[in-house]
Design a protein around this ligand. Structure first.
Ligand SMILES: [Zn+2]
Length: 64
């Protein structure tokens, strides 16, 4: 019984996170951001707005 200990994440996930993901507390600018956990959409309508925790699941990672 072996093999389950080695789960390889696709390399692109790490790069994607650094470039396109936004996290609670950041100010990514105007736009709609989608929670990566539950798909809830959060809209920032001001350039200086800070991303809040997801209102549905309290997740902190968003994608544009
Ligand atoms: Zn969420």
């Amino acid at each position: 019984m072996q093999g389950l200990a080695h789960l390889h994440l696709p390399i692109f996930q790490g790069r994607y996170k650094e470039t396109d993901m936004s996290t609670t507390g950041e100010k990514p600018g105007k736009g709609t951001y989608t929670c990566t956990k539950c798909g809830e959409k959060v809209t920032l309508d001001d350039h200086g707005d800070t991303l809040p925790p997801c209102p549905r699941c309290h997740g902190t990672d968003y994608r544009p």
